[in-house]
Design a protein around this ligand. Sequence first.
Ligand SMILES: Cc1cc2nc3c(=O)[nH]c(=O)nc-3n(C[C@H](O)[C@H](O)[C@H](O)COP(=O)(O)OP(=O)(O)OC[C@H]3O[C@@H](n4cnc5c(N)ncnc54)[C@H](O)[C@@H]3O)c2cc1C
Length: 445
Amino acid sequence: MKEFSFRTRKKDIGELDGRHFQVAIIGGGITGAGIVNILAENGIKTVLFERNDFAAGTSSGSSKLIHGGLRYLQQGKLRLTRELLKEREYLLENTDIVYKQDFRVIIDDYSWGKGELTLGIFLYNILAGHFRVQRMIRDDLGLPGVKGYFPYYDGVTEDTEMVMYNIAYAQQNGASCFNYTEVKAISRTDNGISIQYNDKVDNRAGTVSADLVVNCGGPWAKEIRELYDRNNPGKLSLSKGIHIVVDRADLNINYALVFRSHVDGRQLFIIPREKITLIGTTDKFVKSPDDFSIPDEDVDYLVESAKRLFPKLSRSMVVYAFAGIRPLFGSGDDPGKISRDFHIERDSSMIDIYGGKLTSYRAISRKVAKLVASELRVNIRTRGLPVLDYSRPKGEDRIKFEAMYECPVYPDDVKLRREAAQIYNPKGQDQVRKEAESVLKSMEQ
Ligand SMILES: Cc1cc2nc3c(=O)[nH]c(=O)nc-3n(C[C@H](O)[C@H](O)[C@H](O)COP(=O)(O)OP(=O)(O)OC[C@H]3O[C@@H](n4cnc5c(N)ncnc54)[C@H](O)[C@@H]3O)c2cc1C
């Protein structure tokens, strides 16, 4: 495998100024990562710019579910649910970073009706291609007030890992992916589109040109569009969701739970993951895509809601909390009701992607890759793509491997977005950071 590290990054970015590419992608979250994967596989000369680390935006703040969304079904969004379930089934079957997770929808005084759930889960299974009638299982699970549950399954993954695998695979196939490189200006010239960037590691500016720009800015997509065209920003609403993490020993279940909060009737998840349990999420409008603050009242709301089922839970058990900003295409009074579907706008210079989900990244990537091909007038293959033919070894040498092939620049890049140790291993996170620091230092020599 070719090295893709801070060392190769330094050399490659030193030779970047003045180069021409067929496509320039802005944004190194899951959307940009999926698209660069397909374009590289097809031999299209592509550069990807990410102004922070890869996956530093929404793609590290999700619930990490690969799901059709029972809630979307309840809102009557049958087509969206069917498409997401198709992606879920594909990712479960064809990758080893998406796992099947058993879920139980809790029936208690605050839950949905039994009839509604029997029909909903039947439809959910049918849309995924399985004929299965599920009735309520009378088992109180030992949780207060619980009368029974409806079982179903969805997929779980690690969002940052999904991004890294796509980026690493694209880089191996000839793409040029740069983290810590911010796009500052976009303009039309005689040689196509000119893109000015700033390398934040060495504070060095440069310019490349491209035949086409693909805006994968997630919650920043509007700002990126405005770098090129102030008069035509997309209709993006932003909604913040926070999750809290507790030690598995403090809340230990072997299945994931879906329940309705007694505080406001919203649907929430409790998902066991390795040494921890994840509780989420909130859904509140924010004005700025940079508003990653974690309000105390949101943490209290999640604790209070879960406490009804797990009375011993307390605020002091929360070991970590994180926020993500949903890019939602559309507007309305309630962020929960704005569609989670994606929307693409295009002209001859730029393709903008608004909205979407982690689960739908393959569908988005294929659709955008076809538009790119038609704009560039080239033939490409999208069937079965993007593939994830890259994986980390298990065991001791993993951090060395990540440092060599996934381009972390700083030790925190390994801790936060290669190992995600702050979530999965809060007690061991400092050790992970130390190890990353020593690996990166040893590579300097
Ligand atoms: C709380 C929450 C829970 C969610 N749960 C799920 C779930 O369980 N399942 C699911 O399928 N989906 C889920 N989602 C949705 C999913 O996480 C997002 O749809 C997806 O991560 C968006 O990816 P993206 O690549 O479009 O955006 P991002 O990941 O935000 O990537 C955009 C990138 O653009 C970069 N950027 C911005 N401006 C510039 C610039 N000028 N130059 C260079 N780079 C720039 C940013 O730094 C950022 O990294 C959830 C979202 C949230 C917020």
